[in-house]
Design a protein around this ligand. Structure first.
Ligand code: 0A1
Ligand code: ZN
Length: 886
């Protein structure tokens, strides 16, 4: 255990500083082994209050500090491990600080660090304090200018804003100056120095300004940047059209970096990206990777307004920028591709990952009220649930009013650090709606439960809706929230009844939106009555997943099947089938055959899928692939309050076996029909076809055996002209229970031999193995010892350990506890070198309460071993302490 326990920071203690930095010039002298930073700060009093100025600083070597040109006497300031405080400052002054840092030794990847031969920064949330002493908090907005001096081995020197000067010094070094005209908090600062190649383009904004666009990468990757550039231009145009947001600098730059803790970072004018979220080519990116590049490039670009022009007052407001920006990027992807398919993917993620977080000891509201280490709060709750909350607001207000609210928010708070309440106030003022009950979504943790009952009596159909929310740490009592419940009524033929023609009544408000009724449930319970119907309707409920809740609405397999076939809302049809599949898996008891209902449904969908390959739309093919996919283990586990790992995994395997065997010919026929003859294209036509083909391959690989299977897999691999198909062959081989393991090993070796030099492909090589049902904790250790592994690179850590702990649940939860031990050992190994990665990896161990049998005890033992370790980082400490709390 550490000597001093880290303290929690609380929202209720928020206070704006009286003295603030208004302008800063930073001069970086980059030299081998050390970098000197000279920071000149213009300080101003912005409100009455204290006269001392506290600057954050960590792991810095202070060389000099002056106030208005004078050296400071020893009693004019105080220096400790985390800060430099200057006493008795006047209302205006200039402070100059010189300090030294060592980017080469920075393995935590926060602040200025080296990735290979490239210098780069990551300052969000609190990395700037590892560069120089500063008010490292988002409510201090200053104008930044930066001068970088470095040797000729680093010809590209970048920072935020516009380039104002560049020269070669007499000694051959390069010196470049940048100026950012927009005041910003320190977390948006960025610097890059390296020998980089560039891809250039330009964009003309809606007011006719020309913006230079540049993507930088290491020279060998530059031919993988075209897709990201295309996305960037599409995103810039979309943000103008859909949100009225125009770009504001003369240049927008993206830099691809191999060592990065997260996906990417929205630094003003100089986004820094994990290579995995920007590079794409047919041999190095799968179809889902292309989609991720599209989403992340757009996300970071959209932050220029939702995050940078309007930033967060404090880190409790993180969802202000993240929830809104995830909503914006999801809307972009929906407009670019299929809205329903995007919705299904997002709901799948929410229900697997965010629901798990919200049901465990790390549950927190989207606006948390305390934290120990803010890095631990870049969570699916703040991001994805945050985006759901914005999405509900969009549903409640409608597109036009929502847009008015968003315009008002940007206009009111441009250049400011705002709060989630400011956002809601803008939405309330633009719409004239009272959002006080809606605001509870921000402060209450936990996934609400929506329980629904229906009654049918003499031509009157009544739906009774009741909401509740389970207790979460520190919150036992919950108040009702305002949730929009979108629904439709289907007649006996499966036809949607036109809501405008229905005799509706309710105690609650409701709207007719297109072909759906949106009922506003803002109290504990309400009902909706429909009169004058000839026969009992079937309800299509939570259309488009209009609220992020757990639905408790017991329906017979016949009704679910009816909805799976007829519901005109693509999401609801998918959801009905998923519910059937989950019920089937959950009720598996050893040897039972799969229900006829499911076989019939799958047979019908397989027929549709074959037809869709020949003459359907891209959307049809994508939708069928989604509907024919079995729920992942992580999704499945979240559907049960007590998780019996062995029974659920056995149930899923049995279902897959049965569907594969019973419908073997149909899977084969679909596989053959969907095999592509055309060269790879990362477009909807190609992706939707591959989605169906590789889905069928998975079932075929379960149904076939012997030489026939070997031949099929080898042919699929050998004929592939892209990573998506090659990867699918490897996954199918590794998931087959009958295949001789020598065949999978041979395919894996061919794959590695061919792509050994492509880091992103090698990551896939690790992750397909780490996620395979036969990969034990011991096998993970063997893979970690492979020379292609690098235990300091976050992408490799994720490809091996996170893939194991998050996507290979049967082995992570091995009954002997070996999976937990492996993860705990790895957390300890990473604790001091990279605390952010260590704490992210520790999180799955905290979910012990949900499991049955011996597992909770074994998971707790692993957490206790972590808790007993010396010098736990605050990151890991917070996760472990909360994870063990009763
Ligand atoms: N703001 C970024 C996410 C991000 C957060 C923290 C980081 O380092 C600890 C890096 C990136 C985004 O939402 O994309
Ligand atoms: Zn973001």
């Amino acid at each position: 255990m550490r000597d001093a326990e880290p303290k929690a920071i609380r929202l209720k203690d928020y206070e704006a500083p009286a003295l603030q930095i208004r302008q800063v010039h930073l001069a970086f002298e980059i030299q081998p082994g050390e970098t000197t930073v000279t920071s000149t700060l213009q300080i101003e009093r912005v409100r009455p209050g204290e006269t001392d100025l506290r600057l954050d600083g960590q792991e810095l070597e202070l060389l000099d500090v002056t106030l208005d040109g004078e050296s400071l006497s020893a009693n004019a300031y105080q220096l400790d491990e985390d800060s430099l405080t200057l006493f008795d400052l006047p209302d205006r002054c200039e402070i100059r600080i010189v300090n030294r840092i060592h980017p080469e030794r920075n393995t935590a990847l926060e602040g200025l660090y080296k990735s290979g031969n490239l210098y780069c920064t990551q300052c969000e949330a609190e990395g700037f304090r590892k560069i120089t002493y500063y008010q490292d908090r988002p409510d201090v907005l200053a104008k930044f200018s930066t001068t970088i001096t470095a040797g000729s081995a680093y010809p590209v020197l970048l920072s935020n804003g516009n380039l104002v000067d560049q020269q070669t010094l007499n000694d051959g070094r390069r010196q470049v100056s940048w100026e950012d005209p927009y005041p910003k908090p320190s977390y948006l600062f960025a610097l890059v120095a390296g020998d980089l190649a560039r891809l250039e383009d330009s964009f003309t904004t809606m007011s006719g300004r020309e913006v230079k666009l540049v993507i930088y990468s290491e020279p060998h990757n530059i031919d993988q940047c075209d897709y990201a550039m295309d996305v960037l231009k599409r995103a810039m145009r979309w943000d103008e059209q859909r949100f009225g947001r125009e770009y504001d600098l003369d240049i927008f730059m993206i830099v691809a970096v191999e060592d990065f803790n997260m996906g990417a970072m929205e630094n003003k004018g100089l986004n820094i990206f994990n290579t995995s979220c920007v590079l794409a080519s047919k041999d190095t990116a799968t179809d889902p990777s292309y989609m991720r590049v599209e989403g992340v490039v757009a996300h970071e670009y959209f932050h220029n307004w939702s995050g940078n022009r309007v930033t967060c007052r404090d880190w409790f407001q993180l969802s202000l920028k993240e929830g809104f920006t995830v909503f914006r990027d999801a809307e972009f992807s929906s407009d670019m591709n299929s809205r329903t398919v995007k919705r299904i993917e997002d709901v799948n993620f929410l229900r697997s990952v965010q629901f798990a977080e919200d049901a465990g000891p790390l549950s927190h509201p989207i606006r948390p009220d305390s934290y120990i280490e803010i890095s631990n709060f870049y969570t699916p709750t703040v991001y994805e649930k945050g985006a759901e909350v914005i999405g509900m607001l969009h549903t409640i207000l409608g597109e036009e009013v929502f847009r008015r609210g968003s315009d008002l928010y940007f206009e009111r708070h441009d250049g400011e650090a705002a709060t989630t309440d400011d956002f809601l106030a803008a939405m309330a003022d633009a719409s004239g709606r009272d959002l006080s009950v809606f605001q509870r979504w921000y402060v209450q943790a936990g996934t609400p439960v929506l329980a629904v009952e229906s009654r049918w009596q003499e031509g009157t159909f009544t739906l009774i809706l009741t909401q509740s929310c389970p207790p979460t740490p520190g919150q036992t009592e919950k108040l009702p929230v305002h949730m929009p419940v979108a629904m439709g009524l289907l007649d006996a033929d499966g036809k949607l009844l036109d809501p405008a023609t229905l005799q509706l009544s309710s105690d609650s408000e409701y709207d007719i939106r297109g072909d759906s009724i949106v009922l506003h449930l803002a109290t504990a319970s309400t009902s909706l009555r429909v009169e004058g119907l000839a026969t009992e309707p079937v309800v299509s409920l939570l259309r488009g997943y209009s609220a992020p809740v757990r639905l408790k609405y017991p329906r017979s397999p016949e009704i679910l099947k009816f909805l799976a076939i007829h519901d005109s809302d693509g999401f609801a049809a998918w959801d009905a089938l998923q519910t059937l599949l989950v019920d089937e898996i959950g009720s598996y008891s050893g040897r039972r055959r799969v229900s006829e209902t499911l076989i019939e449904l799958f047979a019908a969908l397989l027929e549709q899928a074959q037809a869709a390959v020949i003459s359907g739309s891209d959307e049809d093919r994508f939708m069928l692939a989604a509907r024919l996919s079995l729920p992942q283990e992580s999704y499945l586990f979240e559907q049960f309050e007590q998780v019996d790992v062995d029974a659920l995994c056995a149930g899923r395997d049995a279902l897959q076996q049965a569907l594969a065997a019973e419908l073997r010919e149909q899977w084969l026929a679909l596989y053959q029909a969907a095999r592509s003859v055309d060269a790879y294209q990362p477009d909807a036509a190609g992706m939707s076809r591959r989605a169906l083909c590789n889905l069928a391959l998975g079932f075929v690989a379960v149904a076939l055996e012997g030489g026939e299977l070997v031949e099929l897999l080898e042919a699929h691999y050998s004929q592939a002209d892209n990573l998506t198909d090659r990867r699918a062959a490897l996954v199918a081989a590794l998931h087959s229970t009958s295949l001789d393991s020598a065949v999978s090993r041979r395919l894996l070796q061919r794959f590695l031999d061919a792509f050994r030099n492509e880091a992103l492909v090698v990551n896939q090589w690790f992750s397909v193995q780490a996620g395979s049902p036969t990969c034990s904790a011991q096998d993970i250790q063997t893979l970690a010892a492979h020379d292609a592994f690098d235990g300091r690179n976050p992408n490799k850590i994720r490809a091996l350990y996170s893939a194991f702990a998050q996507a290979n649940l049967r082995n992570f939860h091995a009954a002997d506890g070996s999976g937990y031990q492996l993860i705990a050992d790895t957390v300890l190994a990473l604790n001091s070198s990279n605390p952010q990665m260590a704490s992210a990896l520790a999180k799955p161990l905290t979910r012990w309460r949900r499991f049955s049998g011996m597992r909770p005890g074994l998971m707790r033992q692993a957490l206790e071993r972590l808790a007993a370790a010396d010098d736990l980082s605050p990151d890991v400490y917070e996760v472990v302490i909360k994870g063990l709390a009763d």
